[in-house]
Write a protein that binds this ligand. Structure first.
Ligand code: NAP
Length: 315
């Protein structure tokens, strides 16, 4: 059988889901490298009718125009801020994503960062490894008690609610801010009130024009002195320069799975701060989660290519 047109997948994906694309007779091209330079993306996308990009690939009009036959951009993520949705809509290209499947894994990582920052786990590991651990001391590496602390969740969607559940198990009091109040057993607060009263603020809103730099200098300083900021959503929600300042005295610490810029350049001021715990955008990086994300992205892609409504449409 002559292969149908090309489907470009911009990174190798865990599991076997991509096999289905070939089984359906499409020509599958998978970029094998760890990085995909922009120039290579622009070349590789030529002739594609389907595209599975990762969060690191910026899919703007320029990319779409290199592939005039492109029918679907099936994101390997729930966030779609890396895709120009208006440009896709204008060209009749469907955009899909992978909601739900990565909720629990991302909530787990949020709690991992919270525990690491609050209880100074990374500092403790470094301290022990460097051979500095010579004695037990009542004042060694004192941190923040989670029992009784107030966790303010900003963006009470799937991941926000999964984080709230976990926080309850730790004996924390949960409050939240979202676009719309929800029938949940937690108090809804205006953002400024949440910032002023929370011991920990955790961000779970998508990155959109409305939420970009949501945590600007003023809002970071409006957080309680000694509070913790968690960001497992998108780096662009936070003013990085202002965060560095806030971490030098005002805040207890920050746990970041996402940054702006992303990745941070080596030697960035955030890397030099002991109270910043930074992971390399691994919120959804459970093996089974990543395999299921691949299955969902492929199901969305094939649905569009075969003329069906995709299960998880964005545009
Ligand atoms: P979701 O279910 O759509 O939840 C997002 C919530 O944000 C919704 O409840 C929505 O409010 C709220 N929101 C949107 N705009 C807002 C605004 N301007 N002000 C206040 N609240 C606003 O999405 P999700 O599945 O929880 O994912 C959230 C984000 O996490 C994704 O967009 C993605 O960027 C990020 N993420 C990161 C990783 C990672 O690897 N670190 C993994 C997965 C997801 P309403 O419901 O009130 O309308």
């Amino acid at each position: 059988m002559k292969p149908k047109s090309k489907v470009l997948v911009t990174r190798r994906l865990p599991g076997n889901a991509l096999d289905r694309i070939q089984e359906k007779g499409y020509h599958l091209e998978v970029h094998e490298g760890f990085f995909l330079p922009r120039e290579d993306l622009l070349k590789k996308v030529e002739g594609a009718i389907g595209l599975i990009p990762t969060v690191e690939d910026r899919i703007e009009a320029e990319v779409m125009d290199r592939a005039p036959e492109l029918k679907v951009i099936a994101c390997y993520s729930v966030g779609v801020d890396h895709v120009d949705l208006e440009a896709a809509k204008a060209r009749g290209i469907r955009v899909t994503h992978t909601p739900g499947v990565l909720t629990e894994a991302t909530a787990d990582l949020t709690l991992a960062l919270l525990l690491a920052v609050a209880r100074r786990v990374v500092e403790g590991v470094d301290y022990a490894r460097k051979g500095l651990w010579r004695a037990w001391h009542p004042e060694l590496l004192l941190g923040l008690d989670l029992q009784g602390a107030t966790l303010g969740i900003v963006g009470m969607g799937r991941i926000g609610q999964a984080v709230a559940k976990r926080a309850e198990a730790f004996g924390m009091k949960v409050v939240y801010h979202s676009r719309t109040p929800k029938p949940l057993p937690y108090p809804y607060l205006p953002l400024e009130e949440l910032l002023a009263t929370s011991d920990i603020v955790s961000l779970h809103v998508p990155l959109t024009p409305e939420t970009r730099r949501l945590m600007d200098r003023k809002r970071l300083l409006a957080m309680k002195p000694g509070a913790i900021l968690l960001n497992t959503a998108r780096g662009g929600l936070v003013d990085t320069e202002a965060l560095v300042e806030a971490l030098n005295g005002h805040l207890f610490g920050a746990g970041l799975d996402v940054t702006d810029p992303e990745p941070l350049p080596p030697g960035h001021p955030l890397y030099t701060l002991l109270n910043a715990v930074i992971t390399p955008h691994i919120g959804s990086a459970g093996r089974r989660t990543r395999e299921r994300m691949a299955e969902i992205a492929v199901a969305n892609l094939l649905a569009v290519l075969e003329g069906w409504e995709p299960p998880n449409p964005v545009v």
